[in-house]
Design a protein around this ligand. Structure first.
Ligand SMILES: *Cc1c(COP(=O)(O)O)cnc(C)c1O
Length: 495
């Protein structure tokens, strides 16, 4: 299986190359040339296997330049002992039809662990194949969860350094503490004055700057990315949609008309993985794309106009506070039947005008696959309360946006097939917001809030968050958004 760049079909590389480099030289994203399909029998067999064996099976279809043994080692490294009960993707059922796919039982309590526990293994295996022993420098722009999950995944991984940039005012106190207290001898954390899009644009700029690249090469280093623009981030996410389908088969759910999937969306990585699972043969009907007040994707799905020239809101679901949704590029590439010139053109419009409009063919395909809905903070709080009152189930702010979008979908279409709602974070990562949905009595300190939430809802605080109470802050630097390259040089001790 080869990978092509969304902006130049002549660029054809192996999966190891795509993972080691993250992004193509002209700025395009790597996509697999085709999507492997599984038979009914394959799924029945998979349904009998544990998560790790499922992961091996799926990865072999996409990483054809890896040996079976390499894949096995990667999977074992990632998914042994790092998730509660070795169940990285458990389902909680609400009522008859609603399956909450809990993707936050890993070390950082957000769904990004599913990919970022695996990525360092995929990456180090890849760099051994395609680069000559250079040290890999991972640059990450984060709206909160990616940063911590990447730091946990890469900490103390040999021959790597990781530098994480986050918007100083754009993450929750728990997320900030998680990152600022990160342990490990190769980790660097920098807050910037700006929002997530500033951090992401800054990282992209550093990545594609040839002078910077040469400076790094002179120092025996090379950049790579742990953001979801890296294929190595996306491919692990396909596994849990297959796993959810298998679990539903095993429960005996009526899937004769398939099921819907709802994903709280920011950079479009998670929902794109659900699309890949659908194309592989998982009977997904509609992909419901849930946004918060930063409703750029809802508007895009409804109108075909992508317009980032709008007010940016800092919401209580910060991991979705995004106006440039990077992985959408991959989806549009697929929907335009691999038209690289078309994609290069609309991406350049996005870069210069902050805006593009897709043609009617692409729009109708998009609307066939996706339904877009959004809700603001007020809707988020109401949904947390209603879901807790109705089912005794406590969800975080991001998951609540998804539940709210699902309710809108149900009300407007009446389509009540079974549904899988991706639950992307533990409610304790956003304890203050979640508690404020249930009571007006909010303690001052973050950890008192966590305890109050636990007492009120009779739910357990995940151990990795409880342990933060005694953590020491290691990183305190705040950089101007225009000084990100200087920050990189500082961290790496190069000039
Ligand atoms: C990253 C994140 C999202 C958004 O996922 P994308 O793949 O960027 O669309 C949603 N919820 C949480 C909690 C996240 O950390």
């Amino acid at each position: 299986m080869n990978y092509v760049s969304t902006r130049n079909n002549d660029v054809k590389v192996s999966s190891a190359y795509a993972i080691a480099h993250g992004i193509s030289v002209e700025g395009g994203l790597y996509v697999p040339e085709g999507i492997p399909t599984l038979s009914k029998n394959d799924f029945l067999k998979l349904a009998e296997l544990d998560y790790k064996s499922k992961a091996e099976f799926i990865l072999k279809k996409y990483l054809t330049d890896f040996t079976d043994e390499e894949i096995k080692n990667c999977v074992n490294g990632a998914y042994t002992d790092s998730f509660d009960d070795e169940k990285p993707a458990a389902i909680a059922q609400l009522g008859d039809k609603i399956n909450i796919l809990e993707l936050w039982h890993g070390p950082t309590c957000a769904f990004k662990d599913l990919a970022l526990q695996l990525l360092p293994y995929l990456l180090t295996t890849s760099t051994k194949k395609v680069t000559d022993g250079k040290k890999t420098v991972i640059l990450v722009a984060t709206s909160g969860d990616t940063g911590k999950a990447a730091l946990e995944g890469f900490k103390n991984v040999e021959n790597t350094e990781i530098i994480v940039f986050y918007p100083s005012e754009g993450v929750s106190p728990m997320q900030k503490l998680q990152m600022d207290s990160q342990k490990g001898n190769n980790v660097h954390v920098c807050a910037i004055k700006g929002n997530f899009d500033d951090a992401q644009s800054g990282v992209k700029k550093i990545f594609t700057d040839n002078v910077i690249k040469e400076t790094l090469a002179k120092n025996g280093m090379e950049f790579s990315s742990a953001n979801s623009i890296n294929w190595g981030r996306l491919v692990p996410q396909i596994i849990y949609y297959v796993s959810a389908y298998c679990d539903m088969l095993n429960k005996g759910d009526d899937l004769s008309n398939g099921f819907n999937v709802v994903v709280p969306t920011g950079n479009f990585g998670n929902i794109l993985a659900a699309y890949y699972a659908k194309e592989m043969g998982v009977p997904v009907n509609k992909l419901i794309c849930a946004s918060n007040a930063n409703r750029v994707l809802t508007d895009f799905i409804n109108t075909g106009v992508y317009d980032r020239n709008r007010e940016f809101y800092t919401t209580m679901s910060p991991s979705m506070d995004i106006l440039i949704s990077s992985n959408l590029e991959r989806m549009l590439y697929i929907l335009s039947d691999g038209d690289d010139k078309y994609i290069a053109n609309i991406q350049s419009q996005l870069a210069t005008d902050g805006k593009f409009t897709v043609n009617s063919t692409v729009l109708s395909k998009l609307q066939n696959l996706f339904y877009g809905a959004c809700c603001d903070d007020e809707g988020t709080l109401k949904t947390i309360k209603n879901t807790f009152d109705k089912y005794g189930y406590l969800c975080d702010t991001h998951t609540a946006v998804a539940v709210n979008a699902y309710e809108q979908y149900l009300a407007s279409t009446g389509d009540n097939r079974p549904v899988v709602i991706a639950s992307t974070a533990s409610p304790y990562k956003f304890a203050k917001s979640v508690l404020s949905a249930l009571t007006n009595d909010i303690p001052n300190s973050e950890f008192d809030t966590v305890d109050a939430l636990s007492e009120l809802t009779h739910t357990a605080v995940p151990a990795p968050l409880a342990e933060l109470k005694n953590a020491t802050v290691r990183f305190k630097d705040i950089y101007d958004k225009n000084d990100m390259y200087a920050a990189v040089c500082n961290c790496l001790e190069i000039k």
